[in-house]
Design a protein around this ligand. Structure first.
Ligand SMILES: Cc1cc2nc3c(=O)[nH]c(=O)nc-3n(C[C@H](O)[C@H](O)[C@H](O)COP(=O)(O)OP(=O)(O)OC[C@H]3O[C@@H](n4cnc5c(N)ncnc54)[C@H](O)[C@@H]3O)c2cc1C
Length: 427
């Protein structure tokens, strides 16, 4: 490799949706890319999610009105939010997260996320076709369900914001809900059908297909546990679990919920701190009752679960139920309370067979205080690029992140404004 080619070498750490997307986008721009993960691609957070890709995800959880509802949420914890004692270690995240519920911050976040979501949607479509898995995409939206008038009225702010952004959505009432999803029970009086949305039937398989495409096009995948990063006079070195060191002129850190721990374990001068916390969430699979299915993911706003029609690794149809937020330490013990509550609510919404044995799963949504991922070069650390903190929407926004990061690394003009995602806001 000559000097020019060496300087176009990059190692991407983490092969979830975000890391694989960065690898694919950089490869498309002519970089020599090595992708590193301790597991096979797409086996962590990017495998267990609800598989929803929606423009409605421009709405972050911290929004105007959160302050008023907070006392009720903390005094009477419900299925949408459980706070465990281990979350107190992230106190600095919590007050910053609440601070960003201000209108001014919300406005910056919604515009930024909408740009990233739209860029991602078009990139997903191109990559699904390129990787021959376009059959996994359903372009029929998703459905938010409300049990009564009060709950429907309570969603007015979200509906207004979606309207401001011209997100295609249709309100459904009474029997219209069953016309769209015939097997849902009649307990839901109102629904919002978000039409600017799609979903996939197996998120982990989509990441694997993208990673296979990356390797087919000449990319290198290396299975290794990364323990620390070290700054070198020319580039970066990472140490793996066997004690070996590996050098690269450029490194992209895309280890999702594990990204900030790696920065902490690595010692080099920087005042960067993303204050990330972990919005944990569970999933459980159910065998569908014969003839009973859903056409699209549904979100029961009272039960705070999403039920998505999926296909498991063996190709059999399952309904995947994902839960709301459990604020806790990333590695704290499992607490099945939220799963049980969600299952009870889901069984009232649609007939379900028994849960699939061994299907329970826990993942951590990696969330920054302003609900915006960190995408860009780390301050004071030339050649170290960051792509993590995608909270509830990293499966859908991985591809846009990859495209934006590759443009930034090439010094090109960017498809969307990168400012709101800049790591500089955390230093
Ligand atoms: C219950 C739930 C439902 C969700 N639903 C949706 C949804 O419908 N739509 C959506 O867009 N998003 C959804 N999300 C969010 C989404 O899953 C995440 O934002 C996204 O998967 C994050 O991707 P990532 O690539 O950053 O992280 P990950 O997928 O976790 O990838 C990080 C990778 O880093 C690797 N790694 C970690 N440590 C090391 C190490 N030391 N050495 C080497 N490799 C390492 C891991 O093995 C992993 O492969 C949901 C999340 C949850 C928990």
């Amino acid at each position: 490799m000559n000097f020019f080619e060496t300087s176009r070498q990059v190692t991407v750490l983490g092969a979830g949706m975000v890391g694989v997307s960065c690898a694919l986008a950089l490869q498309a721009k002519g970089w020599h890319v090595t992708l590193v993960d301790q597991r096979n691609p797409g086996e962590a957070t990017s495998a267990g999610n609800a598989g929803v890709l929606s423009r409605s995800s421009l709405l972050p959880f911290n929004r105007p009105g959160l302050w008023q509802s907070l006392p009720r949420m903390l005094l009477r914890p419900g299925p949408s939010l459980q706070v465990r004692p281990s979350a107190l270690a992230h106190f600095d995240f919590m007050w910053r997260f609440l601070w960003h519920a201000r209108r001014q911050s919300f406005d910056i976040t919604t515009v930024a996320l909408d740009g990233l979501i739209q860029l991602s949607a078009q990139t997903h479509k191109a990559w699904l076709a390129q990787s021959a898995v376009q059959h996994r995409l359903r372009e029929n939206g998703w459905l938010w369900l409300f049990q009564n008038d009060a709950a429907w009225r309570g969603s007015a702010f979200s509906r207004e914001v979606l309207q401001e952004f011209s997100v295609a959505a249709q309100a459904l009432h009474g029997q219209d809900i069953q016309s769209l999803e015939p097997h849902l029970s009649s307990q839901f009086q109102h629904a919002l059908w978000i039409q600017d949305a799609s979903s996939v039937d197996n998120p982990g398989e989509v990441v694997k297909a993208y990673a296979n495409q990356f390797v087919k096009q000449g990319g290198v995948f290396h299975q290794s546990e990364v323990r620390a990063l070290q700054k070198q006079p020319q580039g970066w070195q990472y140490l793996d679990a066997s004690g070996s060191s590996h050098w690269a002129p450029n490194v992209v850190l895309a280890m999702g919920p594990w990204s900030e721990s790696l920065l902490k374990a690595s010692q080099f001068p920087s005042d960067f701190k993303a204050h990330m916390a972990f919005e944990r969430g569970y999933h459980r699979h159910f065998k569908p009752v014969a003839g009973v299915t859903l056409q699209r993911p549904v979100y029961d706003t009272a039960g705070a679960y999403v039920l998505s029609p999926m296909v498991n690794a063996e190709g059999a149809p399952v309904l995947r139920m994902t839960t709301g937020v459990e604020l806790a330490g990333r590695d704290a013990a499992l607490n099945p309370q939220q799963l049980e509550a969600a299952e009870n609510a889901a069984r009232r919404a649609i007939p379900l067979k028994e849960a699939v044995e061994g299907s329970d799963w826990l993942g951590s949504r990696p969330t920054t205080p302003d609900s915006r991922p960190v995408i860009g070069e780390m301050p004071q650390c030339p050649g170290l690029w960051l792509a993590f903190g995608h909270q509830h929407i990293g499966f859908s926004t991985g591809p846009g992140t990859g495209v934006l990061l590759a443009e930034l690394m090439a010094g090109e003009s960017t498809s969307i404004n990168p400012e709101a995602f800049s790591p500089a806001r955390f230093s």
